[in-house]
Write a protein that binds this ligand. Structure first.
Ligand SMILES: C[S@@+](CC[C@H](N)C(=O)[O-])C[C@H]1O[C@@H](n2cnc3c(N)ncnc32)[C@H](O)[C@@H]1O
Length: 503
């Protein structure tokens, strides 16, 4: 059961118009609460309402975000009659039985980019301790969902599937901003109903919200973009459907990847924000590849890590939060040890179905830096696809590589025979990814010569003339080296320029 009711398009329209006209936006919330981003409002259980303005926006924030009470008279004062009637009809306000004349909202409803999103509350209106139910609708106003949405591409697509959609926020944003058709699938009927409600509230016609286990309700369909923010916390038992995902936390992510051969079209991509494990001798990106089964040669895998955790950190976090016992903690540690887990990687997993046969698939991992966003991730997939094509060698030899302007070359000098000698050469950059690579001295000299004027072929000739490399070094090997320097973000070529949108 959800407290929401599906009203008429006119009711949704009246409410939407009021929310828009009253300046109920992320900017307003951030400005009034002094926040850098709206999700920070979840940091304290009940942030104090800012002193000053008692207008419609303040009422909406109190009622629908911080989750307090309001007087019916305030509603009458600030809501236009049609919007107030709609709020009652849609189940967005309910009387407080303990105090006549007082109301609260049984849900949360917040602005998010150009949309308004309803999800379950995370507090009680009277401030008493709140325990969410197993099927609680995950608030899109969390830091994790903001990260997920921020890493998704904004480019248009044909058919988008949002798996584990919760409030439906990712599918709604896509459907209202570039996807021709979108589907939102969630296993709980509660989340599915909220996604359907949000669809009507935002007047989005090209979205279908379906209830079911991953691909089951869309079994016969294929998509060119699949996005997923699944449950990923290791847990033998499911206490909360939005977070618990089997002993290793990979239960849902693995099944999402296993379904790609049947549901991703050629050239299509999966974007999945989750946690996965590096096992001894089997890094996460290789394991994701293995989950693709016999079709794996058709797919590329890129793991863009946000954070890496030790097994101890992952096992102890729920213990420290008081969610598990010492015995359960010990059992987690033992199961991680049995699975030979060396680290847990939290990040975005991109799986691409290569559009061109004959290209070798790539499997890479990158560490995100402070300026890594969706444009940098798109760049990485585009570049790695080019670099693994048959034309890569000639492309690199004919292009004019230039040093990245974010590059740092750190040279360690050590005393030797009475002088200080340069000995260790380290290339570093934090853009587009955070990368560090120890290179031989001659590679440092090569980088210095990459001025954006000389071609790869001319650079090879320069290195030979200067005695940096032997003439016997094949052009193919030299091109491969240039390619790996571009992959690392140390060099840039015209055919695949870095986005640098953050600048
Ligand atoms: C972390 S929440 C993410 C919700 C939303 N995508 C977001 O980013 O705000 C994970 C969601 O996955 C759903 N879920 C869990 N297991 C599922 C399954 N097997 N199939 C579909 N949805 C599932 C949960 O109900 C929950 O809504």
């Amino acid at each position: 059961m959800t407290p929401l009711h599906l009203g008429s398009p006119a009711s949704f329209g009246a409410l939407r118009a009021f929310l828009q006209d009253s300046g109920y936006s992320e900017e307003t919330v951030c400005e009034r609460y002094g926040l850098g981003a709206q999700h920070e409002i979840l940091g304290s259980s009940r942030p104090a309402p800012p002193a000053g303005k008692r207008d419609a926006a303040e009422l909406l924030i109190r009622l629908f975000i911080t989750g307090g009470y309001a007087q019916q008279a305030e509603l009458t004062q600030h809501f236009p009659p049609d919007a107030l009637a709609a709020a009652w009809e849609l189940g967005l306000v309910t009387p407080d039985e303990s105090k006549p004349g007082r109301v609260y909202s049984p849900v949360c409803l917040y602005p998010l980019r150009r949309l308004f999103i309803a999800s379950d509350r995370w507090t009680n209106p009277d401030g008493s301790p709140y325990t969410p139910g197993a099927d609680v609708v995950y608030p899109a106003i969390t830091r994790n969902t903001y990260r997920f949405l921020g890493l998704l591409p904004s480019a248009p697509c044909e058919r988008l599937l949002d798996l584990c959609s919760g409030s439906g926020v990712a599918a709604l944003l896509a459907a209202s901003g570039g996807a021709r058709l979108a589907w939102a699938v969630d296993i709980t009927s509660r989340s599915t109903r909220f996604a359907g409600f949000n669809r009507l509230l935002n007047g989005v016609a090209n979205l279908t919200a379906l209830e079911g286990d991953l691909y089951e309700p869309v079994a016969k369909l294929a998509f060119d973009r699949i996005v997923a923010h699944p449950p990923y916390l290791p847990s033998a038992a499911t206490r909360w459907i939005f977070q618990d995902a089997g002993v290793q936390g990979e239960e849902i992510t693995r099944r999402i990847v296993e379904g790609l051969p049947d549901h991703l079209t050629a050239g299509g991509r999966l974007y999945c924000l989750a946690l996965g494990a590096d096992q001894r001798g089997r890094p996460l990106e290789d394991r994701i590849r293995a989950w693709l089964g016999v079709a794996q040669a058709e797919f590329d895998v890129l793991v863009a890590a946000v954070e890496t955790h030790t097994p101890e950190q992952i096992a102890s976090q729920p213990l420290l939060r008081g969610e598990i016992t010492q015995k359960e903690y010990a059992s987690r540690r033992a199961s991680f040890a049995r699975a030979e887990i060396e680290a847990f990687v939290y990040g975005l997993f991109i799986v691409q179905r290569a559009g061109r046969p004959g290209r070798a698939p790539f499997t890479v991992r990158r560490q995100m830096g402070a300026r890594t966003g969706s444009a940098e991730l798109e760049w990485a997939v585009r570049w790695e696809s080019m670099a693994s094509s048959a034309e890569a060698q000639s492309l690199l030899l004919e292009s004019r590589p230039a040093r990245s302007r974010d590059l740092e070359l750190c040279v360690v000098h050590r005393p030797r025979e009475g002088a200080l000698e340069p000995q260790d050469f380290n290339l570093q950059t934090d853009y587009p990814f955070s990368m560090e690579s120890r290179v031989p001295p001659w590679t440092a000299a090569l980088i210095a010569a990459c001025d954006g004027v000389r071609t790869g072929r001319e650079l090879r000739a320069y290195c030979v003339e200067d005695g940096l490399i032997s003439d016997a070094v094949p052009a193919a090997d030299f091109a491969r080296l240039l390619g790996s320097l571009v992959s690392g973000g140390f060099l840039e070529i015209e055919a695949c320029p870095l986005p640098r949108s953050a600048d």
